[in-house]
Unconditional design. Structure first.
Length: 357
């Protein structure tokens, strides 16, 4: 029973509070229990038959808000030829071209959302965008285009605050990035939609941090680092800036994350991340740290310098404590030359004596 407040008054007791009994289909007064009226269920009809092999009890559908003519009843095709198959073809011909395109587009969008793991909220938004596009697009333009479906998903993700890059959608759904950009521009033109802002690194960081299993504290610090770093990386792609910000912040917080893992979760190559990190190393380190972390950064630098000085002192002490190497017997090139000459003269003398004998 669902209790609700209705605008009318009970004719028996004058009460204004009623409940709806959906099992019996009655609306009852809470004061005297008088049946006020019979309820009509606006939902879809459900019924199961004993000889039915289908587990789906839905026999009809509710009004489809995305179609021009409301109802979108679909009769399934039988595996064999017969009256049911002919009725299905007749129903297809009775629907308008726009309605058929919208129904086909909704099926494709549902399939793509399942592939990308997108929520039902984004699916509903993409259905609404595509239905408006089909109703307003010029008749000479091409319909049922895969890139158009992906562009609709991209717009839905942007409008709902779930940022997805062109490259990510193009890789998963196997479409061309340039063609996807063109179709998105055409979609904006047909719908007369306002120009959306470009994706920035801060839009991608939460999802990348979730993939890297970084906690919320680290993610919030990475967002602050990204706001500073993206000012020094103008012209770089958002996922490159996001990866460099995550790696730089993890190094600052002493979080062990490999370049390979950060690059893979950001959708870039390891060499691209290394080039971005080399570009950041050319900038003064204090300029890449948010203002509220300057004192902590100076403290870390001071400790690093002290550790470096201790290591140098330890090396010098070990060098002094090591025993001096023993002096090797001195021998010059001239002495070696004399000794060889002496040996030759002695050998010649012995040889002459033997020959004379």
């Amino acid at each position: 029973l669902l209790q609700c407040t209705m605008p009318h008054v009970c004719r028996e007791c004058g009460g204004t509070r009623f409940v709806e009994d959906h099992r019996q289909g009655d609306e009852l007064c809470t004061g005297c229990g008088l049946v006020q009226r019979r309820l009509i269920d606006p939902g879809e009809e459900k019924r199961m038959f004993a000889d039915s092999t289908d587990d789906n009890p839905h026999r009809s559908t509710v009004e489809n808000e995305y179609l021009q003519h409301g109802l979108g009843t679909t009769i399934s095709r039988a595996p064999i030829k017969g009256d049911r198959s002919r009725i299905s073809r007749i129903t297809d011909h009775t629907a308008t071209a726009n309605d058929r395109n919208i129904m086909h587009g909704i099926q494709e969008l549902t399939h793509y959302c399942n592939l990308l793991g997108l929520s039902s909220r984004i699916l509903a938004k993409s259905k609404k965008i595509y239905s408006e596009f089909e109703k307003n697009r010029p008749k000479f333009t091409r319909g049922r285009d895969k890139c158009t479906y992906v562009a609709v998903l991209y717009m839905a993700c942007r409008n709902e605050g779930f940022a997805r890059s062109y490259k990510e959608l193009a890789q998963v759904l196997n479409v061309d990035v340039k063609q996807l950009r063109k179709n998105f521009a055409r979609l904006q033109k047909v719908l007369d939609a306002p120009q959306t802002k470009e994706i920035v690194a801060t839009d991608l960081i939460p999802r990348i941090c979730s993939r890297l299993k970084l906690d919320y504290r680290v993610e919030s610090i990475v967002m602050e680092f990204a706001a500073v770093i993206q000012e020094h990386m103008v012209g770089k792609r958002p996922n490159t800036v996001a990866a460099a910000s995550i790696k730089h912040a993890c190094d600052f917080l002493e979080e062990d994350r490999l370049e390979k893992d950060v690059a893979e979760m950001s959708g870039i190559s390891v060499s691209t991340l290394r080039i971005a990190m080399r570009a950041l190393n050319k900038i003064a380190p204090i300029e890449l740290v948010p203002d509220r972390y300057h004192e902590q950064f100076r403290e870390k630098q001071r400790k690093a310098e002290e550790e470096k000085a201790r290591r140098a002192k330890r090396r010098r002490s070990k060098k002094k404590a090591a025993p001096a190497p023993s002096a090797a017997p001195s021998s010059s090139f001239s002495s070696q030359r004399v000794s060889v000459g002496t040996i030759l003269i002695t050998s010649r003398t012995i040889l002459m004596k033997i020959l004379n004998q």
